[in-house]
Design a protein around this ligand. Structure first.
Ligand code: ZN
Length: 402
């Protein structure tokens, strides 16, 4: 299976700024923007220049960076915001307005007709001021808006012929892959413009929903590094990359500089003062760790048996955990080879037995395993025999004390 062309709108410097632990300085933003560009994201989205005086100056500064990624900013559908954004030098403006009854009643207070009127005037104004700017119009809380309202708004904007891209936003994380597929398909049939999907992860569907959007004809997906954002965040860059790599590894390998991913994660994790979660896609501590003996045996024969992602493509290595009761002799043989130890099959099985027995009684470490392998090694055995005392015996004795 192959993927259609798509682009990542990387929003660590917009949605990610809304993560409770994020407080990026100007230097932080520049460093993150360069790291994102080195990875190869097509777009970098910045916080609205209307958010604060520094947001405005940072928007202007980052727009001038010598990077291949296009720089976007994200504004409310409001003429004042549009005027400020137009003056920043960004490559594109992402305009958003809420369409769900929650946002109409409790946020901006506008009816659907008023939303259409203001969208028409703001979007037309932006296009008149800059015919070359990439212009996106998105509804907010799209999945709790009625389909009739959404169609009315999108059709009215599409008829203006001024936007490059429409956005669909699962602002509260309520969507499922099925509902995303249906809504993106509906919009796909309404317009020839590009379609962007923004999905929150409150119920764990963000990556699957993003994939579903692409299969239904979306062209752009919003991500953040480590998925940071409001509440528990949005589609993580790493989750999307893992999902799409599993479908078409060659395409993803050629499209992005995958070796930069871990460094990018570490930069952002340090700045927002969190650890990379142990089970995070690709870069988590255990993402390429194998434990069970039966898994280890197969991994050693052919890693693809239990891996759909090749750690080498990301500049990472797999790790086979061997110091535990589920270990197997194949994994211990591999460890012995790493240590340059020769050990005959009978002794290897005896070591395996010892490791399991020891691990049944206490938490053991790789050093414990290495010590046993050294003690039972063919050369040690022979050496000890000539000395008249077998280390095997002393080792066995010591086991009984543990
Ligand atoms: Zn969001």
């Amino acid at each position: 299976m192959s993927l259609n062309d798509f682009a990542i709108i990387e929003s660590t410097l917009r949605e990610g700024e809304q993560f409770v632990g994020a407080d990026f300085s100007t230097d932080d933003k520049v460093e993150i923007a360069y790291a994102l560009a080195n990875f190869g994201v097509e777009y970098i989205e910045l916080t609205s220049p209307c958010a604060s005086p520094t947001s405005l100056t940072d928007c202007k500064l980052l727009s001038k960076l010598d990077i291949d990624s296009k720089v976007l900013t994200h504004i409310r559908c409001h003429m004042d915001d549009a005027k400020v954004a137009l003056d920043t030098g960004v490559d594109g403006i992402d305009v958003v307005i809420g369409t769900s009854s929650y946002l109409r009643d409790f946020s901006h207070g506008k009816s659907i007709n008023e939303i259409i009127d203001i969208a028409q005037s703001v979007l037309t104004y932006i296009r008149e001021q800059n015919p070359f700017l990439e212009l996106r119009f998105s509804t907010e809380d799209s999945f709790r808006s009625t389909e009739d309202d959404l169609i009315n708004v999108y059709q009215a904007v599409d008829q203006l012929d001024v936007v490059n891209r429409f956005g669909i936003a699962d602002t509260v994380g309520v969507a499922t892959p099925h509902s995303v597929y249906n809504l993106v398909s509906t919009l796909r049939n309404l317009t020839d413009a590009d379609i962007e999907f923004h999905g929150h992860n409150d119920t764990g569907c963000a990556v699957a929903n993003s994939h579903s959007a692409l299969t239904a004809g979306a062209t752009h997906i919003d991500t953040t590094v480590l998925g940071i954002g409001e509440r528990n965040g949005i589609t993580s860059l790493e989750g999307l990359i893992a999902r799409l790599y599993a479908i078409d590894p060659d395409y993803i390998r050629n499209k992005y500089n995958l070796h930069q991913l871990h460094k990018l994660n570490q930069i952002v994790a340090d700045k927002v003062e969190i650890e990379i979660p142990f089970n995070h896609y690709i870069t988590g501590l255990t993402a390429f760790t194998h434990k069970a003996g039966i898994h280890a045996k197969a991994i050693l024969n052919n890693p693809e048996t239990y891996e759909i992602l090749n750690p080498n493509d990301f500049g990472l290595t797999r790790y086979i955990s061997i110091a535990h009761k589920l270990t197997g002799w194949n994994a211990l043989q591999d460890r012995a080879s790493q240590l340059g130890i020769k050990i005959n099959p009978d002794n290897l099985k005896a070591v395996t037995h010892h490791v399991k027995a020891m691990a049944d009684h206490k938490r053991i470490t790789l050093s414990d395993v290495d010590e046993l392998l050294h003690q039972w090694a063919d050369n040690n055995y022979n050496f000890d025999k000539t000395e008249g005392s077998s280390k095997k015996t002393s080792s066995t004795k010591r086991q009984t004390h543990n």
